[in-house]
Design a binder for this molecule. Sequence first.
Ligand SMILES: Nc1ncnc2c1ncn2[C@@H]1O[C@H](COP(=O)(O)OP(=O)(O)OP(=O)(O)O)[C@@H](O)[C@H]1O
Ligand SMILES: [Mg+2]
Length: 259
Amino acid sequence: MIDKRPFLTTTDLSFVFAEQLHVLDGISLHIQEGAFVALVGPSGVGKSTLLRLFGGLLPPTSGQVLLQGQPPLAHRSPIGIVFQRDGLMPWRTVWDNVALPLELQGVQKGEMRNGRIQAMLDLVGLNGFEHSYPAQLSGGMAQRVSIARALVHEPALLLLDEPFGALDALTRERMGQELLHIWQAMPVTVFMVTHSIMEAVLLADEVLVMNGQPATGNPAKITARIPINLPRPRHLEMQATADFQQDVATIRQAIAGFP
Ligand SMILES: Nc1ncnc2c1ncn2[C@@H]1O[C@H](COP(=O)(O)OP(=O)(O)OP(=O)(O)O)[C@@H](O)[C@H]1O
Ligand SMILES: [Mg+2]
């Protein structure tokens, strides 16, 4: 269920790379606590840049990002991030990759830490692969390790940058369903960048559309916000319904229809 309190707020957010490339301009939006929000838009428009601003990995050039009134890095709960390119450490086992955020937080080895790592591996279905190395995993399994790692320190905000972009269509559908189970099992607000309009509609409460062309001097803005009113729990079969197809068409037009 969606709580009505705003969790993430941006006010007139702008970002310029290296005082040259004006990527984002005038982005003002609210994301409700516990919501699942997806962002779609053309390649190179600025989606990953916005996600990095949400995570406090880039400072705004002007304007603000606030999580419950605090800048991202000052917020009391950690933020979980799954990057566009799988960022697992190849020399660490699955277990040790998932342990990393806890190590960085200074959580000492022991029962509590082990319990959290095990619970996350159970949640993403990787029981039995604790001692495997990333090179021994399929692409879908590696992405599940990334998701477990992003969730292990119990973040209030989970930022996903095309988490399933490198997966085949079937694995991708299955991972989307798993992500919904995880989101329903944990009190976490999810912001996911995706290239798949169908995936955005199937998973999200709301789809944001970003348009612009920063490379030619036209910084990106959020040009549409489309609420998805399909009932939950969501199933793959819903893709055949008229409501689903209407939402997909609306979003496609909102991307293609931008001058
Ligand atoms: N570190 C950087 N330094 C300078 N420019 C950058 C940097 N990272 C990205 N850009 C530029 O900023 C713009 C937005 O990039 P961004 O990665 O946010 O796009 P995106 O929407 O995530 O694209 P994609 O869908 O291909 O991942 C692009 O024009 C890109 O060339
Ligand atoms: Mg990107």
